[in-house]
Design a binder for this molecule. Structure first.
Ligand SMILES: N[C@@H](CCC(=O)N[C@@H](CS)C(=O)NCC(=O)O)C(=O)O
Length: 214
């Protein structure tokens, strides 16, 4: 059984938990409290020198890092249910939607970025919340349009089945809620979030459901 090194509140961990659950794969859950720097120990850094979760440790000891790369690995090794469409244009669309969140929102709002704003730029909780909201809205505005305007959007981001883009959307909406981001400008995003939340694999991946949730 693979070992998932992760943290309940980490949205990149939520992504990976959702993918593992959708694939019906069991995993051994290991929690690292980010606020206690538990990913900065030598033991953790030997798994991922970047000191970031999630890491998926395979049975043979291989350590996989980067949530999107790990999810694509799972999709290759366990093809059903598919998390990417079968056609190249569809795959590019889904990867593009996923990367809007994974490359353009998440890195700017990650814990270490918010901590650096506080440490080096004297930002308090309100300043950090303003920064977080700004970067969410910068990408959620075009994300909403991309989803609402496309004939390929269905019950989920691409068609009638959940995939990689839904996984990223679901995890990010949980993050946004923690920072009280106004979701009212994003009805399509929130409709898809609700559709995901009806699926047990997603609900079981949500931050409050994890053993280390506080
Ligand atoms: N691009 C990476 C990002 C991983 C990442 O930033 N993880 C966050 C939690 S969501 C983390 O470990 N943060 C620790 C920190 O910022 O110190 C991925 O998708 O896996």
């Amino acid at each position: 059984m693979p070992v998932l090194h992760n943290y309940f509140r980490s949205s990149t961990s939520t992504r990976l938990r959702a993918a593992l659950n959708l694939k019906g794969l069991d995993y051994d859950y290991r929690a690292y409290a980010l606020l206690k720097n538990e990913t900065r120990t030598d033991a953790f850094l030997s798994k991922n020198p970047a000191g970031l979760v999630p890491v998926l440790e395979l049975d043979d000891g291989t350590m996989l890092t980067q949530s999107l790369a790990i999810i694509e690995y799972l999709d290759e090794v366990h093809p059903a249910p598919a998390l990417l469409p079968s056609d190249p244009a569809g795959r590019a669309r889904v990867r593009g939607l996923a990367q809007m969140i994974a490359c353009e929102v998440h890195p700017l709002n990650n814990l270490r970025v918010l901590q650096y704003l506080e440490r080096a730029f004297d930002q308090d909780a309100a300043g950090k919340a303003r920064w977080f909201a700004h970067w969410v809205h910068e990408t959620f505005r075009p994300l909403e349009r991309a989803l609402a305007d496309s004939p390929f959007t269905g019950r989920f981001c691409h068609g009638q089945d959940p995939g990689l883009a839904d996984i990223c959307l679901y995890a990010q909406v949980w993050n946004n809620a923690r920072f009280d981001i106004d979701a009212s400008p994003y009805p399509t995003v929130m409709r898809i979030f609700a559709a995901c939340d009806e699926i047990e694999a997603f609900r079981k991946a949500a931050p409050p459901e994890q053993p280390d949730a506080v």
